[in-house]
Design a protein around this ligand. Sequence first.
Ligand code: ATP
Ligand code: MG
Length: 417
Amino acid sequence: MTKKLAALKGMRDILPYDIGKWRYAEEAARKLFANFGYAEIRTPILEETALFTRSIGEGTEIVQKQMFSFKDRGERDIALRPEGTAPVVRAYLENGLDMKMPICKLFYIGPMFRSERPQAGRSRQFYQIGVESIGFNSPQADVDVIAVMMKLFEACSLEDAELNINSLGCEKDKKHFEQILKEALAADVKRLCEDCKKRYDKNILRIFDCKNETCRAVLHAAPKVAEHLCPECRMHFEKVREGLTAVGIKYRVEPFLVRGLDYYTGTVFEVTHKNLGSQDAVAAGGRYDGLIQELGGEPTPACGFAVGLDRLMLAAADRIKPQETRIEVFLALLGEEADKLGIKLLKELRGKGVLCETCFGAKSLKSQMRLADRLKVKRVLIIGEDEIAKDIAVLRDMDTKEQKEIKLKDAADTHLW
Ligand code: ATP
Ligand code: MG
């Protein structure tokens, strides 16, 4: 037998019987985003690699280890997008959206790619739902972004999702804090793992992402970034916290939360859920006031988040109950003549919006009734040679088991059912 092919490692199919829950979340997101004034944007899945190295940062895990980047046939360096913010900003700048949209609030839903070790809640193709609110520097804009994210969790029955927030401060604050951290950890560098030793020199904030026990122990007493903010950034963070409280959003300040992408400044946040195992972050985001300038635009403040849809599904799987659609009528057709009548009946019924199904070329009534049972249909309309000879069809209600005869010409008249 020919060997069957499988999906690539870390990639999977989302199957028809799961899709209802995915669509439920996607549709909830679309509805909410419309309500909050976000417009959809769809960017390409492939981009120039430079877009990500410049925005996410050379020294980050994503760029160093996780990017699916390769040369195309024209020897150009391209990459499958590992995240959505940089492409949205690229599209914003390339298309002059600042001039074309009176308010630039965008959302996206789509696949992202990272070459990570696959495990529960971590795959190589995963899906994100994200928003980017571009052009507002008020702390209340951060609150508004967080509010729509938390609403999405509510809509997916994850009211118990937990919000953790922190502030990294402006670029200046970040640089200043890196120096403070360097000095504080100088005596402990030798205890850090090999990766963190490199991070210490190149991109010290990334040390906070390390899962290594010893590194964690060293960092336990590390200085906290939010305690070293300039007055302006400290005030901004305070107002974000007040704003969250004012709109009734619970949060916890997580002093070591730094996020794995270099473009973040100011407010950063992460949402976790207890239903998830060690990969418990279901969403993350923050402010990125320097990114638009970094990618060639005017200095423009911005803030956004990305929800990991795969993890949202893991956390909410048992709580989301998509509406089930039941087949109104199954046509049990027997013989070529019945099939011919059936195709016309289907057209008529579908034209009226009636959900109907059949199985052409069936061998026996028994097998069709079994199929109708498995499909949990409401009714079966039986048409065989005998029925055609008598100019009738037999209509069976599958719930009450009652049967009645109706005239063939009335078969698509649903009010006679
Ligand atoms: P983690 O710490 O779990 O690696 P991250 O900081 O790399 O997350 P972000 O880049 O902020 O994640 O992406 C936002 C969200 O996207 C995450 O909170 C998570 O829900 C989801 N996500 C990220 N990477 C993956 C992955 N490989 N598989 C599934 N979901 C992912
Ligand atoms: Mg990651």
